[in-house]
Ligand binder design. Structure first.
Ligand SMILES: Nc1ncnc2c1ncn2[C@@H]1O[C@H](COP(=O)(O)OP(=O)(O)OP(=O)(O)O)[C@@H](O)[C@H]1O
Ligand SMILES: [Mg+2]
Length: 234
């Protein structure tokens, strides 16, 4: 098996004394798209925040490209190739599209490639001088993904990219994810509730319930609604 680009083992984390993430292990190889599905409040964002180092792991480990980064700050993980696109996009509304992209560049100095990213995200080229707040939700999501990719990550953690976005942009996101994983060998950990999107791009799917991975399924299983309901709820 190909060596893991990202490997988390037995992660436990939470907020204050409240434990949310309960012994979660996940690994990704280059070019692999692994999805995490689960209802609201099950701990999906908490998992990504713990992997990104924004939330401290109470136990367990995180390895990135063979290095133990469990106790490393978010900025160090970012320099080592961990990209994170948070839920709700969180682009800078008062900065222009170009300035937002330049912030992605600052995250990993020397490695960035804004022209290459604009070649890939052609629709952003016409918007470069526009403030972030004047973009549609879908355009903001594309910008958030593009900004992350400017730092040339090896792994991207992507939190609900389809949330509140029109279907045509969800299609574009699906195409980008497929292309990035196949041609750039990017590893993508995709948290998503749009099961259609997951079934189109994921290679493996973890089901999360109450902070735990309760099963791993194949994307084709998502076309069986009764089975998915059972996995998500029971
Ligand atoms: N800052 C916080 N302080 C305390 N509890 C929190 C905090 N953030 C999240 N939680 C709680 O942790 C649990 C998991 O939240 P999390 O955001 O990880 O869920 P999620 O699966 O991403 O949900 P959604 O699909 O709605 O985004 C929830 O019960 C939530 O209320
Ligand atoms: Mg969430």
């Amino acid at each position: 098996m190909a060596p893991a680009v990202l490997a988390a083992n037995g992660l436990v984390s939470g907020y204050g004394r409240i434990r949310i993430l309960d012994n979660v292990s996940v690994s990704l190889s280059a070019g692999e798209v692994v999805a995490v599905i689960g209802h609201n409040g099950m701990g999906k964002t908490t998992l990504l925040r713990t992997l990104a180092g924004l939330l401290k792991a109470k136990s367990g480990s995180v390895r990135l490209a063979g290095r133990d980064v469990t106790h490393h700050a978010t900025a160090v993980r970012s320099r080592l190739g961990l990209g994170y696109v948070p839920q709700g996009r969180q682009i800078f509304p008062d900065l222009t599209v170009m300035e937002n992209l330049m912030i992605g560049q600052a995250a990993r100095a020397g490695a960035s490639d804004i022209p290459g990213i604009l070649e890939r995200f052609k629709s952003l080229t016409a918007l470069l001088g526009r403030p972030g707040r004047a973009l549609s939700g879908g355009e903001q999501q594309l910008l958030a993904l593009a900004r992350c990719l400017v730092g040339r990550p090896r792994v991207v953690l992507l939190d609900e990219p389809s949330e509140g976005i029109q279907p045509s942009i969800v299609d574009q996101i699906a195409e980008h994810l497929h292309d990035l994983s196949t041609t750039q060998r990017l590893a993508i950990l995709l948290v998503e509730q749009d099961l259609e999107l997951v079934s189109r791009v994921a290679h493996r799917v973890h089901v999360m319930r109450k902070g735990r991975f309760v099963s791993e399924i194949a994307p084709r299983d998502l076309t069986n609604p009764a089975m998915v309901r059972e996995l998500l709820w029971s």
